[in-house]
Design a protein around this ligand. Structure first.
Ligand SMILES: [Zn+2]
Ligand SMILES: [Zn+2]
Length: 179
């Protein structure tokens, strides 16, 4: 397969996923399945599969993007993707609702303490890369967060770190998935 076609496929794949408010388009936790899997919620065959389950249920079946983003999956299984009490606090009930019931889990060992800023939740950008850790400006901006996690300096880069950004003021935040 040529690069050109790979790129085109990647582009068409992205178009098929709905927009998620708190997760950047290119890091959405859906697995591409060529043959398709029936969604446990709506029964439709889906080629984009979410199977990281809920925060408060043992269910880990396949879910389609539409059932995840609409909140239908959470409603059907009476479950939440995130526990807002574990996350930073926002006063907007709509923001809490969107995070808990319309934002897929990030497949972490620990419940994500989703960062908030400017009255809303931040957007998950990506897992931090070696390049990110070498970016002095970024590391300076994350210094307060890193200090709050009390991770020994030499262990910071070894820990899985999820990078978030406030869509309003642009501030970066980090969550460490300590095991
Ligand atoms: Zn579905
Ligand atoms: Zn902000």
């Amino acid at each position: 397969m040529s690069r050109f076609f790979d790129k085109r496929r990647e582009a068409s794949r992205r178009r098929k996923l709905p927009k998620f408010r708190y997760i950047a388009d290119n890091t959405l936790p859906f697995r591409r399945d060529a043959e398709g899997v029936p969604c446990a919620c709506c029964g439709e065959l889906t080629h984009e599969v979410y199977e990281s389950g809920f925060a408060d249920s043992a269910f880990t079946g396949a879910l389609c993007p539409a059932c995840v983003v609409s909140g239908r999956a959470c409603q059907t299984f009476d479950a939440s993707f995130h526990d807002a009490e574990q996350c930073e606090q926002v006063s907007s009930p709509m923001a809490m609702e969107t995070l808990e019931h319309c934002t897929p889990g990030l497949n972490t060992d620990q419940p994500v303490q989703w960062p908030a800023c400017c009255g809303d939740y931040c957007v998950f950008l990506r897992e931090m890369t070696a390049e990110d850790f070498e970016n002095e400006e970024l590391m300076e901006e994350l210094a307060d967060d890193i200090a709050a996690w009390e991770i020994p300096e030499e262990a910071v880069e070894e820990t899985r770190a999820l990078l978030f950004r406030c869509p309003t003021c642009g501030k970066y935040r980090v969550f460490f998935d300590l095991d």
